[in-house]
Design a protein around this ligand. Sequence first.
Ligand code: OGA
Ligand code: MN
Length: 284
Amino acid sequence: MAIAMSRTETPLAYEDIKPNIGTRILNSKAELLAGELGPQIRELLQDRGVLVFPKIGFTDEEQIAFTKTLGTFAAEMSSEGREEVHKVTLDVKENPQSAEYLKGSLYWHIDGTMNQVPILASLLSCKVPATWGGNTGFASTYAAYDALPEEKKAAIDGLRVRHGAWASLFFYEPEPSFAKLKGYQAIGDTELPLVWKHASGRKSLVIGCTAHTVLDYSPVESAALLVEMRDWATGPAFTYSHEWSTGDLVIWDNTGTMHRAEAYDPACGRMMHRTKLQGEEPFE
Ligand code: OGA
Ligand code: MN
């Protein structure tokens, strides 16, 4: 008989999806909900950008509990501080307030560029996949920055970029009414660094469909640089496109990736449930 029992520790089980982005986690639901893997999952998320939990099948309560094993739960603005999942769908019947705003999510973006401290991560669970399309694409803005030629890194170091939700409006509605544009502009406009120098020492690009103006550049140079950076960062080396099955959960590090929903039929019933982790680091 053993005189001392050693505490058993669940090892984190995982496999990488692509060299620069994406890892599949293979632990069971019970192991994940036990919570002791939380810190390791957080570390791997920062390292890999996107973590996929294939067909893990969390209920809403389980998703909320699991989210809390990773950090501080961030309530959605619309839920007034309540800890609940948020429905992500383009279907106006299901989500009257935000289906319009979610049209911007069809273009590469970072969540929360209107805040100085953006959310740390989002967790998205697939309740109903799309009938066609509807993958979620992810791009590592860490890997994309790291792979830039040194002259390019030097040329963009220190540049500042203005972001506004209104800029994303033009992606899906090129000729909005004046009233609608003013409504979007009232959401705000922020100035962020093009290269985010994280406390960890790593650097990532801050771009996406909310970026509209590079400070001190002419309009032509500004558009060219923003498109050049987005085109570079969303190339095949830095991206992963997740094809959803019911029950899948995907987490992305919102501080080192961009993401977008790929086109789908808004009326097809595609339904995702989202939770978020509070940001811990300002854009700097
Ligand atoms: C989001 C988002 C993409 C998708 O929830 O922030 O951009 O595929 N979702 O639904
Ligand atoms: Mn988003």
